[in-house]
Design a protein. Structure first.
Length: 460
């Protein structure tokens, strides 16, 4: 009796808490969780694992490099003033070093500031996942439960905390990408209005600032995504009106403008993602594609070839498909299905428990959750539930997963750079599972109302 009472009491309070959640208090919860876990990892976990350290440092190699760049930039600012500040102060160093340098100028040098910076944006990303689910499922209490679960998984996964606790680009980049997805959804789901247009477009511009300040070459992927969405609007697969087409068109032009501005005076190929092209001498130019597009495909393939060479040189254990080295656009296109399989599902189940260390075990447990959740995507097909918001999420996730699956043959690297896109699909999977479970409980879908152009779908 007492056990049932406590179970009922616990359930009631959880439901009460979820109903009372607002984006602000959710951000506060996620921020302090990320901050506390990040500090623990930074101060105790990483220093205790010597295999992670750069020579002569208790930080990881990437963190050590980015920290050294931030210190040098902060010293230059102290000596010569703020005109010395640069957004891209060194090769492969961007906002994670330049923003940290600002904190070093005002508060002194301590890499721990990066943890607070990352926790801020990691919590912001969790809130955006929550808001995106609310956009997809237009059922107040039902969607809040699914949204809270999806956002919590995004924030608490141990793999995410590993880069929250380091000097890295991922936390800020994730916020930019998810803000872009949320902003596009809001554009397509709102009626024309000056105030709405200004607020949404401001959010979209903020997404560009965050993305370009960390990995400017990702803007190219975002531009293709927006172009696909506009094309789908033209053929009436995605709802369109003058307001949405105008905002998305302006957003697309803004992406192109910012990318060209960043690369105008730059001689560093890493900003455009073309840093390895000169090393890929075996590439054969396509007779069918324009030179511009062929060069972009070559840049993706060249990144793969370079990563294979560097991985073999250090005997990296997490390499996959190292025999695949595309030499032309056709070979690159042929590898896309396999690239999606690897980027979405690797490490595969047959390798989950072969690794004896804690990192391998945590990775296996996370992948088990991913696999189980991904089955929820199939329920959308079975129940014939589909709307443009689901399509948006699939486009935002699958295109980058294909690109990174081709360019990176290292599962360890993929595990980190795919996180935002993988979690977008996990979010959809959670929605599918929740709809199916609710259908089994109710015996029908009549009480669910998904938003299709602000009207209930006939199949729901």
């Amino acid at each position: 009796m007492m056990m049932r009472f406590f179970e009922g009491f616990y359930s009631i309070n959880i439901k009460y808490i979820i109903k009372k959640i607002t984006p602000l208090n959710l951000w506060v919860l996620f921020f302090f969780y990320s901050l506390i876990c990040g500090v623990i990892f930074f101060e105790f976990v990483i220093p205790s694992i010597s295999s992670l350290h750069a020579p002569g440092s208790t930080l990881t190699p990437d963190s050590t490099y980015f920290n050294d760049v931030a210190i040098k930039l902060a010293n230059d600012i102290n000596l010569h003033g703020w005109t010395s500040w640069k957004l891209y102060p060194a090769v492969a160093a961007s906002g994670q070093s330049s923003y940290l340098a600002i904190l070093y100028v005002f508060f002194g040098v301590h890499p721990l500031y990066a943890v607070a910076f990352n926790a801020f944006f990691h919590a912001f990303s969790g809130v955006l996942i929550y808001l995106i689910v609310l956009e997809i499922l237009d059922v107040k209490n039902f969607s809040k439960n699914v949204a809270f679960l999806s956002a919590s998984l995004f924030v608490v996964f141990p793999s995410a905390i590993t880069w929250v606790s380091q000097i890295s680009k991922e936390a800020c980049l994730s916020t930019g990408l998810l803000l872009a997805l949320w902003g596009v959804m809001k554009v397509l789901s709102n009626k024309p209005g000056r105030h709405i247009a200004i607020s949404i477009f401001s959010a979209l511009i903020l997404s560009l600032i965050l993305i370009s300040s960390m990995k400017p070459y990702v803007l190219q992927i975002l531009a293709v995504i927006i172009l696909i969405i506009i094309t789908l609007q033209c053929i009436k697969i995605i709802p369109s009106n003058l307001f949405s087409v105008g905002v998305l068109g302006a957003y697309f032009l803004s992406i192109i403008f910012i990318f060209m501005l960043i690369n105008r005076d730059s001689y560093s190929g890493w900003l455009s993602g073309e840093v390895f092209i000169q090393h890929n001498h075996s590439w054969k130019r396509s007779d069918y594609l324009p030179e511009f597009f062929d060069k972009k495909i070559q840049a993706i393939a060249a990144s793969r070839v370079a990563a294979i060479s560097s991985g073999l040189a250090i005997n990296a254990n997490s390499m996959i498909d190292i025999e695949i080295k595309p030499a032309n656009a056709i070979e690159t296109f042929k590898y896309i299905p396999r690239a999606l399989q690897v980027s979405l599902l690797a490490p595969f189940p047959n390798t989950w428990f072969k690794c004896a260390n804690i990192v391998g075990l945590v990775s296996a447990l996370e992948m088990m959750i991913f696999y189980i959740t991904f089955f929820g995507l199939l329920f959308f097909i079975q129940l014939r539930i589909f709307n443009y918001k689901i399509l948006l999420c699939l486009i935002f996730a699958c295109l980058p997963l294909a690109v990174f699956g081709i360019s990176s043959p290292n599962i360890g690297t993929l595990y980190r750079i795919r996180y935002t896109f993988e979690m977008t699909l996990l979010m959809l999977g959670n929605c599918g599972w929740a709809i199916m479970i609710n259908k089994l409980k109710l015996g029908r879908l009549g009480k669910l109302k998904l938003d299709f152009d602000n009207k209930p779908d006939k199949n729901v």
